[in-house]
Design a protein around this ligand. Structure first.
Ligand SMILES: [Zn+2]
Length: 71
């Protein structure tokens, strides 16, 4: 079971239309990642190449969901 308090959601502003790939910041370490957009109306999961943090992107809503880092 997920503790909802451990999931963080934030809105993204995507510039223009989403095609091919886009850049977004890793919610954990703030490194700028270039990620593929396979389905602009769907969701995708990505793993940061710097910190290995995993997060979900909902392209349709323009939101990112990630787990609160454990201390
Ligand atoms: Zn990262």
């Amino acid at each position: 079971m997920f503790d909802p308090d451990d999931l963080i959601n934030f809105e993204l502003c995507f510039p223009g239309s989403l095609t091919g790939e886009t850049e977004l910041e890793c919610p954990y370490c703030r490194v700028l990642l270039t990620v593929p957009v396979n389905d602009p109306m769907g969701e995708d999961s990505f793993a940061c190449c710097e910190c290995s943090g995993v997060f979900d992107v909902n392209w349709a809503e323009g939101s990112v969901k990630y787990q609160r880092p454990t201390e």
